[in-house]
Design a protein around this ligand. Structure first.
Ligand code: PEP
Length: 246
């Protein structure tokens, strides 16, 4: 089954309203690229302004709380993200797993809440460097996938982002063969779990993707797009990645 390429920018904790011009230039460029879906995940504070001020923007969040509402100071629920105009949310990013102690069970609850609120989900998994070096990367990531996926989900509304932790923000990237092996293993595990629907689910690669390496990474087997951090902050760096997917 043909899957449309999906290029997602994760702005992390970067950007104020001054950055909306970059987002506008990115979505204007994306409009001309048939066959590629593009989304930007800015900080919570920019979701509303980005949706309101940029026509055709597909805007996502970087996290959500698993509960619908309640005494969770500082948190934002999936329904609130939807209300603000978000179409999708990242869950389980390694920076949240590491800095906020999020376990697979937390990520699973967040993914379920997001789908329940009508959002798409980009669910992140990835191994640390020592696990890669000891040869345990595939087993580690498949365990994360098994523990983080909701029990029941529409594969057309959920993407998995494979992001080796040691590749995020470092300029290091796995070999194309290693990326293809991991994506193939994830697809195989999904097929065992959900059957033919696994062919609909998009598996993105993330970790130091740039305009220079995007075409090669995107050509690897079972790579359906990219989750991009640093290189998504400006149109000059992000548009070449979109073009590489087109
Ligand atoms: C990310 O944080 O999801 C990411 C992939 O970052 P970078 O592209 O900067 O490595």
């Amino acid at each position: 089954m043909a899957r449309r390429k999906y290029i997602v920018g994760n702005w992390k904790m970067n950007g104020t309203k001054d950055a909306l011009g970059e987002a506008r230039a990115i979505f204007e460029a994306a409009l001309n690229r048939q066959g590629v879906d593009v989304a930007l995940c800015p900080p919570f504070t920019l979701i509303g302004p980005m949706v309101a001020e940029i026509s055709d923007a597909v805007v996502g969040a970087q996290d959500c709380h698993a509960a619908a509402s309640g005494a969770f100071t500082g948190s934002v629920s999936a329904a609130m993200l939807s209300d603000a105009g978000a179409a999708v949310t990242i869950v389980g990013h390694s920076e949240r797993r590491e800095a906020f102690g999020e376990a697979d069970s937390d990520v699973k609850a967040k993914a379920g809440a997001a789908l329940g609120a009508g959002l798409g989900v980009i669910l992140c998994v990835g191994e640390p460097r020592d696990v890669r070096e000891s040869g345990g990367a595939v087993a580690h990531v498949l365990a994360q996938v098994a523990g983080s996926l909701p029990d029941d989900f529409d594969p057309a509304r959920l993407a998995i982002a494979y992001e080796p932790i040691w590749a995020i923000g470092t300029g290091l990237v796995p070999t194309v063969a290693d990326v293809a092996e991991m994506h193939g293993a994830i697809r195989g595990a999904l097929a065992e779990r959900i059957g033919a629907g696994a062919g609909q689910l998009r598996i993105l690669y993330g970790g130091s993707v740039t305009g220079e390496n995007a075409a090669e990474l995107l050509s690897a087997g079972d790579v359906d797009g990219a989750l991009v951090g640093g290189a998504s902050l400006t149109a000059a760096k992000f548009v070449p990645i979109i073009e590489a997917a087109a």
